[in-house]
Design a protein around this ligand. Structure first.
Ligand code: UD1
Length: 419
């Protein structure tokens, strides 16, 4: 298995471009199941999760063409051989459940392995299923799989008890072909939900309200294949922003979705960094000492749970005490024990991590446990004294495109070694 090796201590300086957003590409790939022509998606990053989704679509019967040099993905689904997402694929990527809605909407049946828990929490899909049931689908759970069938989904008013990103997307994907109007309440406001709604509207759907807590979908009979450009990845961009701030760097992050990162921008400024919106991107200039800030994760536009591990890495070397509260997932502090091995002073109490800033971290061999935890360990390695070796980086490859190349171009001493 590959490892990342970092020699800490270098300031990051220069320019880096954010890739397309993984969490926007996956629902668009699911949306391709709704049309029988070629859906073209551009600005697609090269990531393991996207490869996994391609395998899933291939398994269902989709044709896929890629132009990796130009980050283009074309998908056509004339028919599905078997509308099933098998355990082997769902267990490696929970977002596989996004095929449920479109498969039922167009092919009247879907069978998807129940995702179960994962490293960061229980993560059920009960709200996806409740919504489909409200739209008239029959749901049967047996042998670890959920089978959803509906001759024709019907519009319904659906309130989601918890804000769920893929739940909102799945129900939107299902409702575009439903008979009548669907109203989704307590929706996720994430930019990736808006990207999906915009894409579906470009395909001929009638969706209003995406980006607010109430989304209205009027069912249509047919959608058309179009070309869609994926929005930039706010979490990847945010990770580079923290990297710049932590290393006392000066980095222009191009294609950075500044407005989607309001909560992070504020926290970085509170911590003493300059965050400047410039033509073509966002510049972050870090300064030491870093000031401790408290952070509480929330659904968008709150501070993203997907940035919690990275801001914690920054707080480990801040001046003072920081309380980081995770409210979205119940077990998302897997990076803490690894950061502590580098000398960080962190105490966990339920949903809160109390971080007392230390003078320096020391490089150590580390093990990545999930996607964003991996990013936090890389950030810690960038400022640590000596050598840090991060193993199990297949987690990182799920969601960061060539992170080592991008960081090296900014002046980091970082390499990937093939084991
Ligand atoms: C998405 C993102 C992920 C991000 C997360 C929260 C994708 C592919 N992934 O994951 O990167 O960390 O949003 O911003 O877009 N829940 C239920 N029942 C459900 C669905 C969710 O109780 O049916 C709970 C979850 O356990 C969790 C919370 O709702 O506590 C939010 O999860 P959700 O927004 O659904 O996360 P994902 O969509 O899986």
């Amino acid at each position: 298995m590959d490892k990342i090796i970092i020699e800490g201590g270098n300031r990051l300086v220069g320019e880096v471009t954010a890739s397309g957003a993984k969490n926007a590409v996956l629902p668009l790939m699911a949306a391709s199941l709704l049309v029988d022509g070629w859906l073209t998606i551009t600005n697609v990053p090269k990531l393991r999760d996207i490869e996994t989704f391609k395998i899933l679509l291939n398994h269902l019967g989709s044709d896929i063409e890629t132009d990796p040099g130009n980050n283009i993905l074309k998908i056509r689904t004339k028919d599905v051989a078997s509308p099933e997402a098998p355990y082997e694929l769902v267990k490696t990527m929970r977002a596989s459940v996004l095929v449920l809605g479109p498969l039922v909407a167009r092919f009247k049946r879907a069978r998807v392995s129940l995702p179960g828990g994962c490293a960061i929490g229980a993560r059920p899909i009960d709200l996806h299923l409740k919504g489909l049931k409200a739209m008239g689908a029959e749901i049967v759970i047996e042998h670890g799989y959920v089978t959803v069938t509906a001759e024709k989904l019907k519009g319904a008013k659906i309130y989601m008890d918890t804000i769920t990103v893929t739940g909102t997307e799945n129900l939107m994907l299902a409702a575009v072909h439903a008979e009548g109007t669907t109203i989704l309440e307590n929706c996720a406001l994430e930019p990736e939900v808006v990207c999906l709604a915009d894409a579906l509207n470009a395909m001929g759907a009638r969706i209003t309200g995406a980006g607010t807590d109430t989304i209205k979908i009027e069912g249509v009979e047919k959608l058309n294949a179009v070309e869609i450009r994926v929005i930039p990845d706010r979490i990847e961009a945010g990770t580079f922003m923290v990297a710049a701030a932590m290393t006392r760097g000066n980095v222009l992050i191009k294609d950075c979705p500044y407005k989607s990162l309001d909560a992070l921008n504020m926290k970085l400024r509170e911590a003493g960094a300059e965050v400047i919106e410039e033509e073509g991107g966002v510049r972050v200039i870090g300064d030491w000492p870093i000031r401790s800030v408290d952070v509480k994760t929330h659904p968008h536009p709150g501070f993203p749970t997907d940035m919690q591990a990275q801001i914690m890495a920054m707080m480990t070397i801040a001046n003072g005490l920081s309380v980081i509260t995770e409210t979205v997932f119940e077990n998302r502090f897997m990076h803490v024990s690894e950061l502590k091995r580098m000398g960080a002073d962190i105490t966990i109490d339920g949903k809160c991590a109390v971080v007392r800033g230390v003078k320096y971290l020391s490089g150590a061999p580390l093990m990545a446990t999930d996607l964003r935890a991996s990013a936090s360990l890389i950030l810690a390695g960038l400022v640590a004294d000596g050598k840090t070796e991060v193993s199990r980086i297949y987690h990182l490859d799920r969601g960061y495109e060539k992170i080592e190349d991008k960081l090296r171009a900014l002046g980091a001493k970082i390499d990937r070694v093939k084991a």
